[in-house]
Ligand binder design. Structure first.
Ligand code: URA
Length: 441
């Protein structure tokens, strides 16, 4: 098999055989296939797509390219969740502790921010002392004792995705349905949980910009998960507007704590509750309605907040943060972005909001960048809000005032104001399971 021939085949719309995909992934991980050939293949896949069979083969080959977690030493049903990536998406910090506080175990491997989207590991590391590098023994011990542990992906879990993602990130080949499906599902299968709930984002801040593409992506991932013997469902949730008001690591932890403490923004609370309900349902804890009620109860009686504090302590962090979020890092400088005209916020370019936060150093522009945990944005106006000229649209936070100019320009361009109030939006559009797609009108 010559990589040149496989690239040629895919470029012409051909179907790669199982053995060809296997040889390609093994050769790439072993360093025998150079980046330039794999980049050409990735671009060919972006243009020509992959059949369901090819996508499944690619996923399984990637999942077995390194270590595979065996969670069987932890008794009971283990559930995982994964978001396709968004701006202000901090639902893991809320849904995870809710589910764990209700006795369903969450053994979660999470990632860092990618491009304009944030990552759970970066958010948790904004908590003083919090450790995300856990060896297997400690990871298992915390899941058993607290009900939840969130760790960074261990060194040799799905090395194929690490190498492929780094290449996709710099070759404009991220937004391909088979490549996203295989990237996410290879990690989820290798992480070993019995149940997988996917949060597939849709809109201007998501990798999938349209609802139809998001439903297609969700369908493919659910088919791969169920085909591999896992209980797997997906919710399609809105990412045309940032979730909640905070974008940036410590700011997002603080907003999550407010939700866990019974308050916080309504969109963030609702999406987190629905994801938590889906995770509980996957674990057989009752109907979706019953599970939603259970989840809401864990916020009301603060048991999820207590579990979050316990998880922070177990992972070496300052658990007092859960009661006193003021202990989180604060940026020394703040700039208010004022509206230059009056109107209603009729559109938000959510990807641009994410980019503005990266410009403040809340995320990375290159993979070696060091992020500033205190940096970010607190939105004061979101989609549908009335704005008067001179009112504050958002507050920017940074450790270096020189970063404000470009971030402010980018954020300003993300807002479109119009004279009429726009139609209300949904937060959750559809649920995808092995039974099919249920759309919420
Ligand atoms: N998240 C991932 O883990 N992989 C992708 O390809 C896109 C989002």
């Amino acid at each position: 098999m010559r990589m040149y021939d496989l690239i040629e085949k895919k470029k012409r719309g051909g179907t790669l055989e199982k053995e060809e995909i296997r040889a390609m992934i093994r050769g790439f991980v072993a360093g025998e296939i150079p980046d330039y050939q794999m980049s050409a293949m990735l671009m060919a896949i972006c243009f020509q797509g992959m059949s369901d069979e090819e996508t499944t083969c690619l996923t399984l080959e990637m999942a077995h390219s390194g270590d595979v977690m065996d969670l069987s030493p932890i008794e009971g049903f283990k559930v995982d969740k994964h978001s396709t990536g968004g701006v202000g998406d901090k639902t893991t910090l809320i849904a995870g502790p809710i589910v764990a506080s209700l006795g369903v175990r969450v053994a979660k491997m999470s990632g860092r921010g990618l491009g304009h989207t944030g990552g759970t590991i970066d958010k948790l590391e904004a908590i003083p002392g919090f450790q995300t590098a856990l060896d297997t023994e400690r990871f298992f011990e915390i899941v058993r004792r607290v009900g939840i542990a969130v760790a960074g992906q261990s060194g040799n879990l799905v090395p194929a995705d690490k190498k492929l993602y780094a290449l996709r990130d710099v070759t404009a080949t991220v937004d391909s349905i088979p490549l996203i499906a295989s990237s996410i599902m290879s990690k989820k299968l290798a992480a070993g949980s019995d149940g997988i709930v996917l949060d597939v984002k849709t809109g201007s801040g998501a990798f999938m910009k349209t609802l139809e593409d998001s439903v297609t992506l969700a369908g493919k991932m659910v088919a791969i998960g169920t085909g591999a013997g896992r209980v797997c469902t997906a919710l399609i949730t809105d990412m045309d507007v940032p979730l909640g008001y905070a974008i940036g690591n410590a700011l997002e932890v603080e907003e999550s704590i407010r939700v866990l403490d019974g308050g916080g923004p309504e969109d963030l609370r609702e999406v987190s509750l629905r994801l938590a309900a889906e995770m509980l349902h996957t674990a057989g804890r009752g109907s979706e309605t019953q599970c939603y009620e259970l989840a809401a109860g864990a916020l009301r009686d603060r048991s999820a907040l207590r579990t979050f504090a316990e998880m922070i302590r177990a992972q070496g962090g300052d658990g007092r943060v859960a009661k006193e979020p003021d202990r989180l890092a604060k940026a020394p400088f703040c700039r208010e972005v004022k509206a230059e005209e009056s109107g209603y916020v009729a559109h938000m370019d959510t990807e641009a909001c994410g980019i503005a936060s990266v410009l403040l150093k809340a995320g990375r522009s290159t993979k070696d960048d060091v992020i500033d945990p205190a940096a970010g944005i607190v939105l004061k106006k979101k989609y549908g809000d009335a704005v008067a000229k001179g009112e504050t649209l958002a507050c920017l936070y940074a450790s270096d005032e020189a970063l404000f100019a470009q971030a402010e320009q980018t954020l300003r361009r993300a807002y479109r104001l119009e004279p009429a109030r726009p139609a209300a939006r949904r937060w959750i559009y559809a649920r995808v399971s092995r039974e099919g797609t249920q759309r919420f009108e």
